[in-house]
Structure formats: C-alpha cells, structure tokens
Design a protein. Structure first.
Length: 537
C-alpha cells in the first residue's frame, strides 16, 4: 500500500485502512487546518458529549453487568436535553476551562484543584474524595493517590478529560501534560490513564477521520506494562477478531478477569462497576463498531451497560470531534440549540461560551507547541505519543470480604453519643464506607437572601463537622473529620491499605456527638495481599 508523505496534508486524505480493518494511517509532521474547521470540530466535540449524556442518562446503571436489550429505547427531544445536559460530565469540564481562561494554559495543578474543590455542585466517587482531600489540605497528586483516595481507579477523570483534548488538536503530549495536573486531583493509575486516553482520542480526532488509528495511537501514551494498556489492547484485538457483531466482543469482555475487578469499597462484590477499565472498554467497542455513525456509536455504548451516560458521552464527544458540528445529524443538534446559551450549574459558562473558549485555548496551545496561526490558516505540529510513567494503584492489595451493605439492607452499625464500634479482622487493609447523617443533603437545602445555601430547620448546621477518633491496635491512628454539608462530605469513615499482614482491631469513637445527627457505618471491607479464591471442592 502506498502511503502519501507530504509536509502538509489535507484532513480528507488521512483516512487509509488496511483490508483487515487495522489502520495504517500516517499523520505528517505538520497538519494544515482552517480556523473555521478547527472551531467546527471543537463544537462537534462539546455538542457530541452533551447530546450523549443528555440522551443516555436514564439508562445509567439500569443494567448492571448486563447488556441492555433492544426493546429498551430512549427518547430524544428538548425535554430530554433540559433534564440531562446540566450534568457533571459537562460542568466539571467547564470549571477547568474557566481556570485556563483566568490563569492561562500553564495554570498550576493547585488552581485546578481549588476551583474544583470549592465549586458549589455535588460530586461522587473519586471526584468527591479528591474534593474532600483538597479541602483538608491534601493537594494533587496526593489527593488522587490510592493511599489517600479509595476510589483512585474509578471512572471520574474520564468524564472531565474532554476539554483537554479539545484544546490540544493533534498534540497528545500537550494534552497529557495538562491531564497530569487535572487527573491527579481525583485519580491515579488506571483511573488517571483512562482520562489521558480519552483526551488523546479527542486530540487525534482533529487530524484524522480514522477511528481505528485514533483508538490505537492514543493508547501508545499508556505504559505497556500497565493493567490499563493490556486491557484496552485486549478490547481492540477482540473487536478485530469479531468484526461482525459488537455483542460477540461484549460477551468476550465479560469473561476477562479485569472486567470484574474493582477496588471501590462501596461497590465491591456487586454487579455495579464504576471502574475506569470496565467502562472505557465499552466506549472503545462503541467507537470501533459504530463505524462513524453517530446514533449507532451511542447506541452500542449505551447497550453495553454500567455507567452508560459517561461512556456514551465519551464516545459521542470523540466522534463529534471527528465529524464536526455541521456533520452531526440535525435530529440531534436541533433540540440542543435552545440550550447552548444556558450557564451550567455553579459555572459562568454556556456551551456557546465553551466553543469559543476552547478555540482560543487551542490556538494558544498550538502556538506554544511550535505550530503557527496566520489568519484563517493554522499549522499544527503533530506529536507522536510519549509514554507516561507507570502508575499502579493498590499494588498487591485485594478485597477479601464485605460485611453488611447499603440499599435495602440495614447498616453495619451506628455511632451515636459516646458509643464506640470496633472491628477485628485478619489481613492487610480495611475500608469503612459511611456517612454523617442528619446533615443537609442537596434536597434539604434552601437558598438564603444572600444567595448562599442554608440547611432546613431541624437539620445539622452546614458548618458542623463531626470528629471521630480512630484507634488502630490500641493506638490512636487519626482523627477523621466528617462534614455535615453533603457537598464536602467524606465517603468513608476510615481506610488503611498498608497494614502488616495479621490480626488487627480498629475502633471508632465519636468525639463531638450531637442529638441531631448520627454516624452510619454502611459496610466494613477487608483486604489481603493475595486474591480471594473460592474453593469449590
């Protein structure tokens, strides 16, 4: 096969596929693109992501560890967009875009972390623990590290990495530099790599239409010895092995050990999985089998199950960048039009603002990385991926047992007044999911005359912080702070993954009890230094 090699090559000539569907596309060192087309692709990425999350959010965790059947259908209209577009998949990105607009593309990690931690919206999983850590003086990269964040491998950075790729056209190493500052606020290891992978796919979507090339080339940023690289490589190879039907690949993925692996203490040994490996696998499947069809790509990501709205948003955003705003079918764009000027929760940014800000930031990034801009003509200096350092979360740390749980089952225990609760176990680690209850949740807040949220009467004050003393093997290990404000809460009462193997006793005592609240222990998770194996003999 002849490969065209030119210093400058139009985007339309990049699409070259071999007979076996694995790409042999080559990107020249310099890529020419017009400012109009750059903006078109930026808008396509933002719109695709927003359409994807708006359309698919009703299916989120509807089918845990199962394929969503054909009879389940989603609607799409202005009402759907109104209910779904103001989503954490979007407003988190906007927070970081605002930091760059305020401080420039070289803004430090601390500035991203502080804006994220002090924003008024609610967060969950790794994001919430990253916020808790930052508000308690643990800054990135330590705020996302597995020693400080039990959710380090969760999906979170995946859902807020879009803006990075959209301001880094063709420049995957520039995107990973920004990603290093943002992604380590809330994630480490697999969770961090997932966001890096997503942002790189966005970056590559500006310089080629070849989806096969995009998913393979972006992965070259990830160290080959990492679990993340190995898992995504398996997914890509399965897509080529079973080219006819994405369901064949889906079933093969379910057989993999890593698809059932999770360290999230709240979801261990349950069908629900918010792990970055598992969910991004479905995004990759959707991109490869979707064949650049906007609806088909979203539908595959949705029907793969688990955290569907996030996976659909990533797939639709990447494909939207490939296609450009003007090539996304009107059926999807028109219901979005009336919402493009609306500022998202606790931000000063709308979609129309984001389109222009990302254009501005991308041009600044292009110039910083040896490209050039002359009027309508832009030259991007294409970057071959440079492999990131190896990160491994929870090395040789394996969940062994979960006692009690959430939902319809009673909590493991309640700490009230001066009561103490103790746990004795054998192993190398422990995590205790739990919460101070009686404080104001999002639904229990009212807006005061000064524009600030206040708790309804009868609830704990927003500024109340419970303190529990944790004693490990007879010695005080730490004082854990539990804010009453749901926005700043901790998801855990205690965790420690680095205990010497053996028997341990952990005791929790509430130091400043109040009759308006109670500390609820949701479950008690034990870890060991070897995988748990069931002997069926």
């Amino acid at each position: 096969m002849t490969i065209i090699r030119l210093a400058l090559l139009p985007l339309s000539l990049f699409f070259v596929l071999t007979a076996n569907a694995q790409s042999s596309t080559k990107i020249p060192k310099k890529v020419k693109i017009s400012k109009t087309e750059l903006l078109n692709k930026i808008k396509g990425g933002w719109a695709g992501q927003t359409i994807g999350v708006s359309w698919s959010w009703p299916s989120e965790f509807l089918y845990d560890n199962g394929m969503i059947p054909p009879q389940y259908q989603l609607e799409y209209n202005e009402d759907v967009v109104a209910r779904g577009f103001n989503n954490d998949d979007i407003y988190l990105d906007f927070t970081f875009v605002e930091v760059i607009e305020r401080l420039g593309i070289d803004a430090p990690a601390e500035s991203f972390a502080e804006a994220f931690a002090n924003a008024g919206y609610s967060l969950w999983c790794a994001n919430q623990m990253g916020r808790y850590n930052v508000l308690n003086g643990i800054m990135p990269p330590e705020s996302g590290h597995w020693k400080n964040n039990p959710n380090a491998n969760d999906i979170d950075f995946q859902i807020e990495a879009d803006f990075i790729g959209l301001m880094s056209p063709g420049m995957v190493n520039a995107s990973s530099e920004i990603g290093d500052k943002v992604g380590h606020i809330m994630n480490y290891g697999d969770g961090f790599y997932s966001g890096i992978y997503v942002s790189a796919m966005y970056a590559l979507a500006f310089v080629t239409d070849d989806i096969d090339f995009i998913v393979n080339e972006a992965l070259e940023l990830i160290p080959k010895e990492s679990n993340y690289y190995k898992a995504m490589k398996e997914v890509i190879e399965l897509c080529y092995e079973y080219p006819g039907d994405w369901r064949d690949t889906w079933f093969e993925i379910q057989k993999k050990d890593w698809v059932q692996t999770s360290h999230n203490p709240e979801k261990l040994f349950t069908p629900k999985n918010i792990d970055a490996l598992n969910n991004l696998a479905y995004t990759v499947v959707a991109l490869l089998y979707g064949k650049s069809d906007f609806y088909k790509t979203m539908d595959i990501a949705m029907r793969s199950g688990q955290d569907t709205d996030c996976n659909v948003a990533s797939a639709a955003g990447i494909l939207g960048t490939v296609l450009g705003y003007d090539k996304i079918p009107d059926y999807w764009i028109k219901p979005l039009n009336n919402f493009e000027d609306i500022k998202l929760d606790h931000t000063s940014t709308s979609l129309n603002d984001a389109y222009q800000l990302s254009l501005k930031h991308s041009i600044e990034n292009i110039i910083k990385n040896d490209g050039s801009v002359k009027g309508e003509n832009i030259i991007i200096k294409y970057q071959k991926p440079k492999v990131l350092p190896l990160e491994v979360s929870f090395p040789n740390i394996y969940p062994k047992k979960v006692t009690a749980g959430r939902k319809n089952r009673p909590p493991y225990g309640i700490i009230a007044d001066n009561t103490e609760v103790s746990f004795t176990f054998k192993g190398t680690g422990i995590a205790i999911p739990g919460l101070l209850e009686g404080g104001p949740r999002k639904s229990n807040l009212v807006m005061g005359p000064d524009g600030k949220s206040r708790a309804l009467e009868g609830k704990l004050n927003l500024d109340f912080v419970a303190e529990i003393e944790i004693t490990l093997n007879g010695k005080v290990d730490k004082i854990m702070k539990l804010p009453a404000d749901y926005r700043t809460r901790s998801l855990y009462l205690y965790w420690n993954f680095e205990l010497p193997k053996g028997e341990h006793t952990v005791t929790l005592k509430w130091l400043n009890p109040t009759p308006k609240g109670k500390i609820v222990i949701h479950s008690f998770v034990e870890y060991d230094d070897e995988p748990y194996v069931i002997n069926h003999q």
